[in-house]
Write a new protein. Structure first.
Length: 256
């Protein structure tokens, strides 16, 4: 198989999902698609730290729960997965009616298509995107009418410069429709929602400035968000899932 370059975090997430059934049976997580994908790639699972793999898998489970809940509310909705990489979430979430688009850098998208690292469904597509701040897909959504839309940015903002993250949120705020939901993890980002009434998403910048995005508010009201990991922890009913990793840093937002 020809090679391409993806981030170590992306590979770590794949290894965690593929190894979870054997290495972390207490999580109750299994991903046959990830297992098959890992077997087809030249990757040594032993090269990854077990704690990091577990933390990544728990975060994936937290995002899965929120995404699954979205499509229970919007069974015919559309998901846009930014910088999806070696993602297998479609196989875990698919309800038979949702639509799923993965946006990747050109070389990753071409690699996935060439080697069929995806799912054979006309409701699942892989497309190219030059960066997280690309506006082409945002503009395309303007023609989608009232189709409920969820944007998933698991890992997409990791290690991105604050200036680029600011451009992404600014452009998305100008283009995405009211009611569009956004699920993101921010372990490697200073994103925050202050604990005050009607607080919006904020991003501290260099020099002490703070960028604010008034349209991005916690989904479900101020009481829901900034308790990072509260909903996933409550849903599992088993704090043992978080042993060695802590609650995942996940935000669920909505454009108002």
């Amino acid at each position: 198989m020809s090679s391409t370059t993806v981030s170590r975090d992306t590979v770590l997430s794949l290894v965690g999902r593929a190894e979870a059934r054997v290495r972390f049976p207490d999580l109750g997580f299994a991903d046959p698609w990830a297992e098959a994908m890992l077997a087809s790639l030249d990757v040594d699972p032993a090269a990854f730290d077990a704690r990091a793999l577990r933390t990544s898998t728990v975060r994936t489970m937290a995002v899965d729960r929120l995404v699954r809940d979205y499509f229970e509310r919007n069974p015919f909705g559309l998901a846009i997965a930014l910088n999806a990489g070696l993602c297998t979430r479609f196989s875990r979430i698919d309800n038979g009616t949702l639509r799923w688009v993965e946006l990747d850098p050109p070389h990753v998208a071409e690699f996935k298509c060439a080697h069929r690292l995806g799912h054979a469904s006309d409701r699942h597509a892989v497309a190219r995107s030059c960066s997280i701040a690309c506006t082409a897909w945002m503009d395309c959504l303007r023609g989608a009418g009232d189709v409920p839309t969820l944007v998933i940015a698991e890992g997409a903002l990791a290690r991105q410069p604050p200036e680029l993250v600011d451009v992404f949120f600014t452009r998305a705020s100008l283009r995405l429709a009211r009611g569009t939901e956004l699920i993101l993890d921010h372990e490697a980002s200073p994103l925050r929602i202050p604990p005050r009434s009607r607080a919006c998403l904020e991003l501290p910048m260099l020099g002490g400035a703070v960028a604010r995005y008034p349209r991005l508010r916690p989904f479900g009201g101020d009481e829901a968000a900034p308790a990072l990991g509260r909903a996933p922890r409550g849903a599992s009913g088993a704090p043992r899932l978080f042993q060695g990793g802590g609650a995942p840093s996940v935000l669920h937002l909505r454009f108002e």
